[in-house]
Design a protein around this ligand. Structure first.
Ligand SMILES: Nc1ncnc2c1ncn2[C@@H]1O[C@H](COP(=O)(O)OP(=O)(O)O)[C@@H](O)[C@H]1O
Ligand SMILES: [Mg+2]
Length: 552
């Protein structure tokens, strides 16, 4: 910025030089001095050029660094947002804040720092010179005030609102589009491309409509400011001419005014030109700030680490409801899991099984009741530490783009190659990995699209194994698989379960025969529990589940 200001200082005296040449040197017919002054001006212009380049490069670097930091902060914030809040956000909106809002801020910061602010300074410096030359003629700048007032009243608020509407429309479009991009397979299988197109078209139309409104306001604003500035020039020229006729100013001074006027009003013209970007940038900044200031972060602030973790989990009359849900997902739910115990949760879908897993690792906070791990309430625990000692295998395994090895090491970045192979072997994943073209270094593509469901699942089991977790949660890890894959994975899971606390959520009752204890959930309540054999004997809910499973 300092360089930018110095740059302005090199060109601010130009009106003075002009006035001097016309009023002083021309009557004296001092050609040598005129050439000298011209040469000085050229030197000043060269200096201006050098300072411009240097200044712009530095400002560019600073802005890039700023945006880098901002992106980092946004991502960090998203990582800590609570799932109650995240569930209600379209991922496209978050992406748009991370990728596009920051870009818009960058786009506007550069012209503001490098051109607009220095030009405001230029304008002030020029005004000072014009006042010095002739304060009466310089009073025309007072005319700028009503012009500013008019701009503020007629355009700014209007502009801001339309920009906001335009941004929201853009975010919605990005959200809907990213949803359809993830659902391409679904749409293709159903042959519903038309429906997808028309659904996306709605938000696309909205964006276009908002954009047109915005362009209308901004072009009317640009044209207004252009007219106002020309009017001002007219006043200066005509007023100057009249004053010159009365002998109140010299011709050179009028010339200096005409030369200085553009830089005087440059900020207005410039603002008219970047106003689009400016309001977009302001909007983008608001949107990024809204995220950065969002209070919906996970509230875990505890720092206790019960070392070594035994893996005892207690749900003490836990009641929980998802935000915006109309009934409780868990209702006074109590459960005590002893260290090293293998429990299985069964029940109809929607009974609350996954919710138990979510709460156990603190993805949501219960409204009532308490969850304790190794006797310590979650509020006092260092939840991130706990999560790092747990592992979860989900029904839909989440595979990252990158190689097989990268995916495995996500759970344990320090694992050696030998440990990777061991984990893969225990998870029955070694055979298929070794058949891949580059083995462990094969790139699996986004979300593991090149792998079958069973392969993905065994990969995610290997990943869980590599972490060597004290607490292992398996949320229907085999329900999406065929019988053969299921059998293989079942065997892998049994190896994985040894010496840990394991919570298995299962749909197929055949897979939970060996559990120490089976818990039956219905509508968020624990309605029965016992070993497989006990439950089979008893004429209760388990019988009904068995009957419906056989009937199916
Ligand atoms: N993220 C969520 N937001 C709102 N409601 C949810 C969410 N996840 C689950 N639910 C609701 O909570 C209840 C229990 O769901 P869940 O624990 O996933 O069942 P299960 O795993 O037994 O099939 C269901 O009624 C479901 O609709
Ligand atoms: Mg579930």
């Amino acid at each position: 910025m300092l360089l930018a200001f110095c740059r302005i200082l090199t060109i601010a005296p130009l009106p003075l030089i002009f006035q001097h040449i016309i009023d002083k040197l021309m009557p004296e017919e001092n050609i040598a001095r005129i050439l000298e002054l011209s040469a000085l001006t050229v030197v000043l212009l060269i200096l201006h050029h050098i300072l411009s380049i240097q200044g712009a490069a530095r400002i560019g670097k600073a802005v890039a660094q700023l945006i880098l930091d901002l992106r980092g902060q946004i991502f960090q914030k998203i990582q800590y947002l609570s799932f109650g809040y995240l569930d209600q956000q379209k991922t496209g909106r978050l992406l748009s804040k991370y990728a596009f809002d920051t870009q818009k801020i960058e786009t506007v910061l550069m012209p503001i720092l490098n051109f607009f602010l220095p030009n405001v300074f230029y304008s002030i410096a020029t005004l000072a010179i014009l006042v010095f030359l002739n304060w009466k003629l310089a009073m025309v700048v007072v005319l700028l005030l009503p012009i500013f007032a008019l701009m503020r009243n007629r355009y700014f608020e209007n502009f801001r609102q339309r920009n906001e509407a335009s941004r929201v429309a853009n975010e919605n479009m990005a959200g809907t589009a990213s949803e359809f991009f993830t659902a391409l397979r679904l749409v293709r299988f159903y042959g519903e491309e038309r429906q997808a197109e028309s659904m996306l078209q709605v938000s696309n139309d909205e964006v276009a409509r908002r954009r047109v409104e915005l362009v209308r306001v901004s072009s009317s604003f640009a044209s207004f400011s252009y007219g106002a500035i020309k009017m001002l020039s007219l006043v200066v020229v005509a007023g100057g001419a009249i004053m010159a006729i009365h002998g109140q100013v010299s011709t050179g001074t009028v010339l200096a005014f005409v030369a200085g006027l553009p830089s005087l009003v440059d900020p207005i013209q410039m603002f008219a030109n970047i106003s689009d970007q400016f309001f977009l940038g302001q909007e983008a900044y608001k949107s990024a700030r809204e995220l950065l200031m969002a209070p919906y972060v996970e509230q875990w602030k505890g720092c206790e680490r019960p070392e070594p973790l035994k893996g005892e989990v207690l749900f003490d009359r836990v009641t929980f409801r998802y935000p915006d849900a109309d009934r409780d997902a868990l209702d006074a739910f109590s459960l005590h899991i002893r260290p090293g115990e293998k429990v299985a949760l069964v029940g109809a879908s929607g009974a609350g099984k996954s919710t138990v897993a979510n709460l156990m690792l603190g993805l949501y906070q219960p409204a009532e009741g308490e969850i304790r791990v190794d006797g310590i309430p979650q509020e006092h625990l260092d939840m991130r530490w706990l999560r790092q000692r747990a592992a979860i295998v989900l029904q839909e395994s989440i595979i990252l783009s990158g190689t097989i090895a990268d995916n495995l090491r996500f759970a344990n970045p320090r694992a050696s190659d030998a440990e990777l192979r061991d984990a893969a072997r225990l998870a029955r994943a070694d055979a298929f990995i070794e058949q891949l073209p580059q083995g462990y270094d094969t790139v699996v593509g986004e979300r593991g699209a090149q792998l079958s469901g069973g392969q993905r699942q065994r990969l995610s089991i290997a990943r869980a194994l590599l972490r060597n977790p004290v607490l292992l949660i398996l949320d229907e890890p085999t329900s999406a698989l065929d019988y053969e894959s299921e059998r293989q994975i079942q065997a892998a899971l049994e190896t994985l379960a040894e010496g840990r606390t394991v919570v298995t959520i299962a749909h197929r009752l055949s897979t939970i025969r060996d559990a120490d204890r089976i818990l039956i959930l219905e509508q968020g309540r624990l309605i029965d529990q016992g070993s497989y054999d006990e439950l089979v004997e008893r004429d209760g809910p388990f019988q009904r589940l068995l009957a419906s499973a056989q009937g199916a």
